[in-house]
Structures are given as C-alpha cells and as structure tokens.
Design a protein around this ligand. Structure first.
Ligand code: 13P
Length: 256
C-alpha cells in the first residue's frame, strides 16, 4: 500500500515569532515545487498564528506540540484543542517523550488528548518509544505495545484513519545516536502489527508511522527507504533550513 510520506519538524522550545516566520518563509520558497509528500512544522504556541499566516498559500502545514483535552475552563497555563482549531492548526504532537518524562504525562492523560484531538478535527501525531534502559532489558516491544494499547483506548476505526504515530526511541532523541534503519524498521513493523490488532489490518496499512530521533539529511534516505517508515518527526535538524529541506527533497525523490 502506498502511504504518502509526512516530513514534520518539531521545533520544541525554539524560535520566537520573527524566527518562526523567517524559517517558514525559507522552507516555503524552497519546497514550492514539492507535491508528492506532506510537510509540517510545529512551532511553539506563541508563534503558531504567525507561522500559519506565513505558510498560507503553500502546502506547508502548521501543527502544535501539545494541547489540553478540555475545551475551556480553569486549567491555568494550558492551551485547549478549540484554541488550536481557532488558529486553524491541522496537527498536534501528543505524548512526546519530553512531555512524558519532564512534565509527567501518563498514557491515560495522553489517551484523553488523542481522543479530544480526533473528536475535534485535529490530526494527532502520537509519540511512543522506549528508553535506553528499557531497550537494554529487552522491553522495547512490551513498552511500545502498552503505550499503543493505553493511548489508543476508545479510538474508533473511523477516527484512526486520521492518526499518525511517531516511533521515537528516547535514547535517540537529541543524542546524535540514530536508530539503525534495521532497528527502526523492526520497531515500525511491530507498531503496525499492533495497530492491526487494535484496529484491523487495512487500517494498520494506511496509518503513517514516522521515525524520530536524530534524523538528519545524512541518514534520512536509509531510514525512509525502509518499508514501514513513512516519514520523520525531526527535532534539531528541522531548525536548520538546509537540513530540513534536504530531508524533504529525499522523501520527495523516494516518492517518485
Ligand atoms: P532530534 O531530531 O533533535 O533527535 O529530536 C527528535 C524529536 O524529539 C522529534 O520530536
């Protein structure tokens, strides 16, 4: 089955309004002829509106890095799904390992966010992945299986059509230690098997599974060439226009 690549940048806590607009402008102009893949950048909340306006008229989509599952109320410091909708945001990253480890987000909370996003026309990019200690103890598959089962509870087959999964081994995030294409493929294929169990095989074959963890221009082709890797969720390298646009170019070349 042909799945369209999605190349997504997670800018994390980098780029204010001016830097976000300039980076969007450069990416937009350098990718104006790219039609075969989906492209997304996820700036911080404060730059979402400006980035979306800068990206208008192009195929570059803008996503958020997190959200809260209630529409409004006494949740100091949170940003709701309806506020993201209000900014015309298409995607939202949920359950990133930094949210899990630094901010204590549980699978149960992430599940509420995934359901709220899917129920309100936002496309969630659900992040999963094992830590280095878990991999060393041979727990990679059990960890991934549990994360998927808990975070996708209550998601209908129909809703799952709009789901994107990002496999981000925690030991590869921001460390320069990329998973080898073989290690990544093995995990992605396992994720797809789990999606087939939770939903069904047809759906599992249509859901995009992105790889995240020190992906850059130099290793993108080997990773994207794997049968179950359908794109990338890129941190550090997405802040550098040359790197990010080169990864986009690679995905485009592989799609033709
Ligand atoms: P790096 O690409 O900087 O390793 O970050 C990956 C990531 O966390 C994307 O969400």
């Amino acid at each position: 089955m042909h799945r369209k690549f999605l190349i997504a940048g997670n800018w994390k806590m980098s780029n204010g309004i001016a830097d976000s607009v300039s980076l969007v402008d450069v990416i937009k102009s350098r990718t104006s002829k790219i039609l075969s893949i989906d492209m997304l950048v996820c700036p911080p909340f404060t730059a979402l509106d400006a980035a979306r306006k800068a990206a208008a008229g192009s195929l570059l989509r803008i996503g958020a890095q997190n959200m809260y599952h209630e529409s409004k109320g006494a949740f100091t410091g949170e940003v709701s799904y309806s506020m993201l909708r209000d900014c015309n945001i298409s995607h939202v990253i949920l359950g990133h390992s930094e949210r899990r480890t630094i901010f204590g987000e549980s699978d149960e909370l992430i599940n509420k966010k995934v359901c709220a996003a899917l129920g309100n026309s936002l496309l969630p990019i659900l992040c999963i992945g094992e830590t280095e200690a878990e991999r060393e103890k041979n727990q990679t598959f059990t960890v991934i299986e549990a994360q998927l089962e808990k975070c996708l509870r209550g998601v209908s087959n129909e809703q799952a059509e709009n789901l994107v999964i990002a496999y981000e081994p925690v030991w590869a995030i921001g460390t320069g230690k990329t998973a080898t294409p073989e290690i990544a493929q093995e995990a992605h294929s396992f994720v797809r098997e789990q999606l087939a169990k939770i939903f069904n095989e047809k759906l599992a074959n249509s859901v995009r599974i992105l790889y995240g963890g020190s992906m850059k221009a130099a290793n993108a082709e080997a990773l994207l060439n794997q049968p179950d890797i359908d794109g990338g969720l890129i941190g550090g390298a997405s802040l550098i226009a040359d790197e990010f646009c080169s990864i986009i170019g690679t995905a485009d070349k592989l799609s033709l």
